[in-house]
Design a protein around this ligand. Structure first.
Ligand SMILES: Cc1ncc(COP(=O)(O)O)c(C=O)c1O
Length: 368
């Protein structure tokens, strides 16, 4: 991947799913005075003061009590997924994923020789009948799901779907891994709580990150869970040998949460992204009308749009480049090569003016 803060010239690239570099809060970060524990090998789970501060904020944001001992500090969600694969899957084992799903998670599973079986979604998330059949058929290492403001579809699992999903994981004693990257990027009402908040006796790990709510360069995130899955992760050679992850970054971010500066920044980010989402959604409705089918997400980064005539978006990529706009085709996200008529459009990377221009350009690309 190229350096993630350089915007290409002459093209508005709605394929980039990253924070706008102009919004990264450099002024929040002050030179750090180090304490011994910031520079030492730390606790396997991560610095305990930081985990307490993080737990206090998550309890408010999720509306559910979270404790420090339910958290392991990671280098972001990708690092957490990698750790989970290392501990819970072997080459040749199977992971059940949503169809479509985050394409880099598919890459990560492929790199480890893990097979994936894709389960269809509906507008409340992963379909449970299909999941139930697949659980019986494949005895998977785990289920991978993105419950809130799903990447790429923007779908948010309902409370009822979450309850039933966690119950299914418990029934089959199959680890449920929830990638909750966008959980705190809600623009109106909050989504239901992360899957790890539903049943302390179910094998669930929820993965969170500061990448989309503070800054991806921090490489800071967490895994939330209870009991055996968390204990297994804590026994990993990585954490035993290296101590907890990210002690210096934890020391930077902890005070920002404790003094409320992080929460104030996040509140302003939600407002900015809400305006950008409205701009892209309304702009496409105006410029493309019923040629495009879309459901407006209530948070996150992505608008998922499908060509009503069923034609394939990939055939238009060259024209799009000439017109100065780009998007990610839906097939990239599908382990079944489906969704060829859909595209993922990110509204976080660009400001309102560029999003308005992008809507016009997309209409030109798909006209006729
Ligand atoms: C679903 C999902 N998981 C993981 C990541 C990467 O997160 P991190 O930067 O914390 O590794 C992303 C970023 O695009 C994502 O959309």
């Amino acid at each position: 991947m190229s350096l993630q803060i350089i915007k290409p010239k002459n093209i508005i690239d709605l394929g980039v799913g990253q924070p706008d570099p102009n919004l990264l809060p450099t002024s929040l970060f002050q030179p750090l005075t180090f304490h011994g524990q910031d520079l030492a090998y730390g606790e396997e789970a991560g610095d305990s003061t930081f985990r307490q501060t993080l737990a206090a904020w998550l309890s408010v944001d999720y509306g559910k009590p979270i404790t420090a001992d339910q958290l392991i500090v990671t280098n972001g969600s990708s690092s957490a997924l990698n750790m989970i694969c290392a501990q819970f899957a072997k080459p040749g084992s199977t992971v059940l994923v949503e169809d479509p799903t985050y394409f880099i998670a598919l890459n990560l599973f492929a790199e480890r020789g893990i097979n994936v079986v894709a389960i269809p979604m509906d507008d409340e998330g992963i379909q449970l009948d299909a999941l139930d059949c697949a659980l019986q058929q494949h005895q998977p290492a785990f289920i991978y799901t993105i419950p809130s403001y799903h990447n790429p579809t923007g779908i948010t699992q309902s409370h009822e779907r979450r309850q039933a999903l966690v119950a299914l994981a418990k029934k089959y004693q199959c680890l449920l891994v929830a990638d909750e990257v966008y959980q705190s990027l809600y623009y109106q009402k909050k989504p239901p709580p992360p899957l790890a908040c539903y049943d302390n006796d179910a094998p669930v790990l929820s993965v969170g990150t500061f990448s989309k709510i503070l800054a991806p360069g921090l490489r800071l995130g967490w895994i939330q869970g209870e009991g055996a899955p968390i204990q297994k992760l804590l026994r990993s050679a990585l954490l035993k040998s290296g101590g907890g992850l990210a002690p210096v970054t934890s020391a930077l971010v902890g005070p920002l949460i404790a003094n409320g500066e992080f929460q104030a920044y996040l509140a302003s980010l939600r407002q900015t992204y809400q305006i950008r989402l409205d701009t892209l959604y309304e702009g496409l409705k105006t410029s493309m009308g019923d040629k495009l089918q879309m459901t407006k997400p209530e948070g996150g980064y992505f608008l998922w749009a499908t060509l009503a005539d069923g034609s394939h978006v990939a055939s238009k990529l060259a024209v799009a480049e000439k017109k100065g706009v780009n998007f990610l085709g839906g097939a990239l996200f599908s382990a079944n090569q489906g969704y060829a008529s859909s595209m993922r459009l990110c509204f976080a990377w660009y400001g309102v003016e560029e999003l308005e221009i992008a809507c016009e350009r997309l209409a030109q690309v798909f006209r006729g």
